[in-house]
Design a protein around this ligand. Structure first.
Ligand SMILES: [Zn+2]
Length: 401
């Protein structure tokens, strides 16, 4: 296949089998669903890792169920990200900020009193409605050069465009980049946050692979993408959110550009640790974890133990479906998002129930499918008076706490 960033030839890295889209929860236990191949491939020319088969954005996002949860960990991350952008001079009191893929507007809500104006854009109608009702001005549309023109006409030219975790979510990132170059002021900054490929492979996070995640960015692949659109990477920062993320800061190419030394420092490190061999090791680890979890669940079931999953997450569905676990082994999944409760996880048909219902009759074990919120979840369960259940943590290696 061809790299969707630089058009070079790609090679297969990991095959997770046929699965339904990970966020497509089912209304009934009898619902039939379509599955699609979930295959990861590498471009050795720009070090882009991408999904081989992409679903259309319309199929995935028009009725999107993922709503950013209110979480102390996320608020801390917003403070950290804003602090970095502010102290580096990228974001100022007088800045007009546009956020692409702004979801229910939590980040914009966090920064709106610190800047002059904020506007969000997100394609999912149900999600835009929540954002607008919360007072965060949000346009309901896909971001591209046409909607960029609408923003420019209605609101003016932004000083900073922020795109958090959405450059991985579109099969054609060039469309997003054209939106950016249509909209951004000449001296403006583009800030892109994504899961970082280096963290994904170092922490064995193969469960980050699902149909919504079409790209796994490295510094090299992001540089290749930016350069095609006349933009230049000027800064890089990493954070621990979502299992390890990276923040890229870019500007339009011009003579006066200053590049932060962090770019070369991170790049040198990446060149050592992201290569064909490390991706092969990553795939081997994924198969190893699959075998270990399958065996552990089987043993626990044989000794009469009950198991629920915790977190009706996309990553959880990749894990369950890759291991081949279903409602036969794990009858229930706990999740605090009301929109997910009463539904069934795709392919595994595990029923999603609210936290208080799960507390009435707690299982012996929770398989923690939202392991990135591990401490928050364990504290919540213990504070609710459940000292009985143990937690199976699947990533970065299988263990029980
Ligand atoms: Zn490439």
């Amino acid at each position: 296949m061809a790299c969707r960033i630089c058009n070079s030839f790609t090679e297969e890295v990991l095959n997770l089998g046929l699965t339904p889209p990970a966020n497509s929860l089912l209304d009934s236990s009898l619902a039939v669903q379509q599955t699609f191949p979930l295959v990861l491939e590498l471009c050795e020319s720009c070090y882009n890792v991408q999904l081989r088969d992409c679903l259309s954005s319309e199929e995935l996002y028009l009725k999107y169920l993922y709503i950013t949860p209110e979480s102390t960990m996320l608020t801390r991350h917003y403070r950290y990200l804003y602090g970095y952008l502010e102290s580096s001079g990228y974001i100022k009191k007088e800045s007009f900020v546009v956020e692409v893929g702004s979801n229910v507007g939590l980040f914009l809500k966090f920064i709106r009193n610190k800047v002059s104006r904020v506007v969000g854009i997100d394609p999912a109608e149900n999600i835009c409605k929540i954002a607008n009702e919360a007072g965060v001005d949000t346009i309901c549309d896909f971001f591209n050069s046409e909607s960029a023109l609408i923003i420019r006409d209605q609101y003016g030219v932004p000083d900073i465009i922020i795109a958090r975790h959405c450059f991985a979510h579109n099969s054609n990132p060039h469309v997003l980049m054209k939106g950016v170059t249509t909209l951004l002021s000449d001296s403006g900054y583009l800030v892109i946050e994504n899961s970082y490929l280096l963290n994904t492979i170092e922490n064995n996070e193969f469960d980050q692979v699902y149909h919504e995640h079409m790209f796994y960015y490295s510094i090299r692949s992001m540089m290749a993408l930016l350069n095609i659109h006349g933009l230049r990477l000027i800064d890089v920062m990493t954070s621990l959110i979502h299992g390890g993320s990276i923040v890229f800061v870019a500007k339009r190419e011009n003579d006066g550009i200053i590049i932060n030394p962090s770019v070369n420092e991170y790049l040198e490190c990446e060149q050592m640790f992201i290569n064909r061999q490390s991706l092969k090791n990553f795939a081997d680890k994924a198969y190893e974890i699959r075998g270990q979890i399958g065996k552990l669940i089987k043993n626990l079931r044989n000794t009469g133990k009950t198991i629920y999953t915790y977190g009706a997450t996309a990553k959880g569905n990749t894990l369950l479906n890759f291991v081949g676990l279903t409602c036969n082994e794990i009858p229930l999944c706990i999740d605090s998002t009301p929109g997910k409760q009463g539904k069934y996880l795709p392919q595994s048909y595990i029923k999603v129930i609210p936290e208080d219902e799960g507390l009435l009759n707690p299982p012996d074990y929770f398989l923690l499918t939202a392991w990135n919120y591990r401490d928050e979840i364990i504290n919540k369960v213990r504070e609710a008076g459940n000292y009985h259940s143990k937690f199976i943590i699947p990533i970065p290696f299988v263990h029980i706490v």
